[in-house]
Design a protein around this ligand. Sequence first.
Ligand code: ZN
Length: 245
Amino acid sequence: MKADPSVQRQLLELASVDAELARVAHRRRNLPELAEIEDIEKSLRDKRDALVNAQTSTSDLQREVGRQEKEVEAVRARADRDRKLMESGSAGAKQLTELEHELQTLARRQQVLEDDQLELMERREAADIEVQRAAAEVDRAEQDLADATTRRDEAIADLDATQARREADRAALAPTFPEPLLKTYDRVREQRGIGAAMLRARKCEACRLELDRSQLSEIKGAAEDDVVTCENCSAILVRTPESGL
Ligand SMILES: [Zn+2]
């Protein structure tokens, strides 16, 4: 294949545009914010689970408090009824003894229930504090997620802008090449990553390998408008005064 040396040198410009497009694509896939967002989302799920658990504990304890209150209420009502019966004077001696005995039992029961209630209240207070703590953690993680999402979106907008500029450069540049040359360039670029590179100081700048003696002499002997390629990476080698030939 043949191409004017100035056209061949122009390929280096296209290669630099393509290199930047490749960098943009690489950065887009490897934005640190993507991993950060994934981590925050995972920890946010855990924190939300912890909040739900804490809320379940408080509502369980609240139900328990309600049940206890009803029980205390029932014991009090029973004791009131017993006392009224005793005060009414309608109870016989045997019944009075029984009532007195029951009142003592009820008083002990009430004491136990009230102690339990106190402990239950303390546990519920601790559970309420845990709910507040867990809710604050969820808030903080949600804020972190919003921040990271904003930073990711800004980074993507930057990459979009760079990509649009370079794609415009490419669209302007590409039609200036003869079609077979551009086709070869694009094929190598798609297969190997770099379509054309400078031959500088006997090294291919695409694969960074030094060309061997036989290839160098072959290139030396080639006409200026011959398109030569790297034996190692297939990139079109663009010769300049720095090539070391
Ligand atoms: Zn090479």
